[in-house]
Design a protein around this ligand. Structure first.
Ligand code: FMN
Length: 311
């Protein structure tokens, strides 16, 4: 959520002025793909798409020497009540593009796709514009920055099916078929898109990668808990006064989150909090007495800092 601190970071020049694409440039010139995989592995980054699988471990499942490989970014975000991927694309698209480019380099993929929920028409235009800027500056395409590395990146909009967020259904949809989950094994790392080795990660997962490469695994691990490193963007909505996306380190307790003043705000006037759905509406809600972890204002954000709610 760096765009909260840096106005106009969606603009290519502003992103560059704040160090954008430097982690990618550094990685291309100074690190091997295997070294980037190792940094991400050591950072403890876990997938933000739902299952929480360790990202660097997933990347290491790619079979040696089998090409072409594909890197897919899952931006289907169809879960009711979730909207943080959308905000990243609207407000900070270059961080995602750099994350995709870095991850494609790490996994030795020469083609990457960002698969977007069909309804995200305006966001797709924002992303395509930003991708064109990255191509024009030489950060995508053939022989990137003279290093011999080729990466092409495409945006693909789905036709509006919730199931296409599931990774193998997404691959079928991208291939032009009806999006239906595939039987496993084989897993996508071995036989994914067009039956070739494929890595798929969520928008938020990939948007973390440039900052991890820039600041190192230990920096990332300094946020969150031992088993869940880093921060998470929580989409908070429903009967609260300040709905929006809130970025917090993992491990911050959630009790009372909706009654604290500098986050979601109190419940709307007449409502009393009875139930929360901590991971979207797909799973059952839980009453406050059962909440054991999530978010609060006790340490983050610092007192007085207001995180602007999404419009
Ligand atoms: C029905 C269903 C819908 C899903 N929808 C999404 C989605 O919209 N976005 C997403 O990133 N992952 C979604 N997933 C999870 C993906 O299958 C996959 O685990 C994820 O994209 C992997 O990325 P990650 O390792 O970065 O989390 C869905 C899974 C299921 C079973």
């Amino acid at each position: 959520m760096r765009h909260r601190d840096i106005p106009d970071i969606a603009d290519f020049e502003v992103y560059r002025k704040h160090g954008g694409y430097e982690p990618f440039r550094m990685a291309l010139k100074e690190k091997t793909p295997a070294e980037i995989v190792q940094i991400v592995r050591e950072s403890g980054l876990r997938g933000r798409g739902g299952a929480g699988f360790p990202t660097g471990v997933k990347w290491s499942f790619l079979p040696r020497g089998v090409y072409p490989r594909y890197l897919l970014c899952n931006c289907d975000e169809s879960e009711p009540a979730t909207f943080n991927n959308h905000e990243v694309i609207d407000e900070n698209p270059h961080q995602l593009i750099e994350g995709v480019a870095l991850s494609a380099y790490a996994t030795e993929s020469t083609t990457a796709y960002i698969y977007m929920r069909g309804e995200f028409a305006a966001a797709a235009r924002t992303l395509e514009y930003a991708i064109a800027q990255a191509y024009a500056a030489g950060f995508l395409g053939k022989n990137i920055l003279g290093t011999g590395v080729d990466i092409d990146l495409y945006v693909h909009r789905g036709a509006g099916a919730y199931i296409c967020g599931e990774e193998t259904a997404l691959m079928d949809s991208l291939e032009g078929k009806i999006g239906q989950p595939r039987l496993r094994p084989p897993f996508p790392a071995v036989a994914g898109l067009y039956q070739q080795p494929t890595i798929i990660n969520n928008v938020e997962t990939l948007a973390n990668v440039p900052l991890i490469v820039k600041n190192g695994a230990d920096w990332y691990r300094s946020y969150g808990t031992e088993k869940s490193a880093g921060t998470k963007v929580f989409s908070l909505c429903g009967q609260v006064n300040r709905p929006g996306n809130y970025e917090l380190p993992f491990g911050v307790p959630c009790a009372n989150s909706s009654t604290t003043p500098n986050m979601a705000g109190a419940c709307v006037t007449t409502a009393r909090l009875r139930l929360s759905c901590p991971v979207g509406l797909r799973l059952p809600g839980s009453p406050p007495s059962t909440w054991i972890s999530a978010w609060t204002t006790s340490r983050w954000p610092p007192p007085g800092r207001c995180l602007a709610p999404a419009q």
